[in-house]
Structures are given as C-alpha cells and as structure tokens.
Design a binder for this molecule. Sequence first.
Ligand code: ADP
Ligand code: MG
Length: 341
Amino acid sequence: MISIKNVSKIYPSKQGELKAVDQVKLEIQEGEIFGVIGYSGAGKSTLIRMLNGLELPTDGSVTVAGRVISKIKGAELRKARQEISMIFQHFNLLWSRTVGENIAFPLEIAGVKGPERKERVAELVKLVGLEGRENAYPSQLSGGQKQRVGIARALANNPKVLLCDEATSALDPQTTDSILELLVDINKRLGLTIVLITHEMHVIRKICHRVAVMESGRVVELGSVLDVFKNPQQPITKRFVQQVSEPEETKETADHMLENYRSGRIVQLTFIGESAEQPLITNLIRHYNVIVNILQGKISQTQSGSYGTLFIHIDGNEEEVDKAVDFIRSQQVGVEVVTND
Ligand code: ADP
Ligand code: MG
C-alpha cells in the first residue's frame, strides 16, 4: 500500500544542511496499523508529511495506493490526498463551525451535494460515537471528543490511508485508550491502513502490528510489535520498551513464593503471542483435578497476541499435578518449574 524508497529530506540550516530524514526504506501493507516511534526531532513528522505530499523528499520516492506522491502535483495531488487523510495532535478543527459542519467540510470541497452530505455526516457522527453533539462547537468538547471530530472529518471521503501525527499526545491516558480503540475499530471495520507516529511506547503496544524506531532521521529498528517487545536490539529501542515494562520477576521473589507453599508446584509461564493465558488456565482447571492459584505476573496485550510472565501455583495429588504440568508443556508457552536449588 505504501512504499518508501530511500527517502531523505534535507533542510538548509545556519549550521549547514540538516538531514531530517536519512535514507528511509519502508514497505507498509494494506490494512496494517504501522507505528513509527522516536524522540522529538527524530524526523517522524517530516517522514509522515512526505506520505501525503505536504513535504517533498530531497531524494528517493514515496508511492501510496499506486500513486507516486513525490512526483505528482496540482489537481492530481489534491485527488490523491482525498485517499490519504491525516489527524493531528492539536486536532486542527475549524473553531467557528459546529461538529457537523467540521465533518461536512471535506465533503463540501469534494463537491458532495446537500442531502447526500447530510446523510454521510450522520453516518460519520455515529461511527465515531458523537451522536447528539452535532451542533456543539469545538470549544464545548473534551479533548477526546475533539479528536473524534478530527477522525470523522478524516474519514469523510473514504480514504485508503489514515496518517496520525501524535494524535493522542494531547490526551490523558484514559482518553488516549478510547481513541486508540476507535482507531482499531476503524481499521478492522473499514480495512483502513493506518500509519501512526508517537513518542509513547504504550500507543505502539496497544494498537500497532509493526513498528519502526527512528533516531536522527534513520530507521534503526523494524519488526513486529511482539518481536520488538520481546527482543529489542538497539539501545534506544530498549529504552522505549522499558517505558512500559514491569521490572522482571527476580529469583528472590520466586524463592519467597516457594517458602509460602509446602506442597504442589510453582510454575513460571512465559507467553509469547501464540497463546493467551486465560484459555490455558481454564483448560487446566477443567481437565485436571488440581487447584490453581495465580501468584503474580504481568501479561500485556498486543494486536498479535499477549506476552509476559505469570507465576502460578498448582496443588493437588502429586500424579495429577505432574499431568497438569505436562499439559502446560504441550502448549505454546514457556514453562519453568520453580525449585529450591
Ligand atoms: P519529530 O516529528 O520526530 O519530532 P521532525 O520531523 O518534526 O521530528 O523534525 C526533524 C528535524 O527536522 C528537527 O531537527 C527539526 O528541527 C527539523 N525540521 C523539521 N521541519 C523543518 C523545517 N520546515 N525547516 C527546517 N527544519 C525543520
Ligand atoms: Mg513531530
């Protein structure tokens, strides 16, 4: 869907040339939610602005939905932009227009006539969950509601790609989550390709399928979100992953757990995306005559499965406990029985 080939963007500056984006190569698939993470100044906004022709690359080419964005101009570029929408950190709404009128704006520009436009606005209002707020002005809305207007407006002309530049960075954590859920919903329902840039790793973890890490204009790491979280390679990626990771369970906590249980087994389970913890525990209890206690651990959900560690205590008849442990070993999960030695 999106092909970024050896793209660079150089800005002139007092100290000479500034390479905002440096030889970036990326292929983004149709229907994918692709994240780009990096600190401020890494070149993320410059990169995303080249995807809809707001910036021209100094070098390389950008193709979106079969059109070479870096080559086209004028009417052709305007038409292409209807298929590549964007939402922003500060929403960029028209403050003198109501919610409905903001959403209608791109339809007016596209020449959609009155009754059809009204119908489409109503559809969009419903899609983003703003029913009843059509006649409110942006100043009367919460941050989350403003971004919902931004999303509805961006979807008005049925784009193929939605670009999100720090779209949740001005929102509190709870509102961020609700907006991210809306984006996942839209991605699934409409099959929309989403490119999202952020400096927050929990945004990547919650909704992206793949992620690119940017530093000084370059992509320094690229992979599925699950792989990057399980096994970050670059120091900068490790720092981002640490933003959202709980401290690892230590040998001491495991030893402490052993002291509290004289019978049964303590088992450490490591999940890596293939399986989810809930069905496994349910099956364990249903099929074996054992008692299962969840002791501690942290499982995180990503778009491609869960990952993390869970300590459980399995108690009961020794033979039955052995069978239960064998069953866990046959599942797609890392298993380690915690012992005293
Ligand atoms: P990010 O979005 O990751 O914070 P940007 O893409 O905004 O990074 O900026 C990357 C670098 O390019 C920064 O050093 C920034 O100052 C510079 N830059 C961005 N836009 C311009 C511009 N229009 N003119 C000159 N320098 C720019
Ligand atoms: Mg930026």
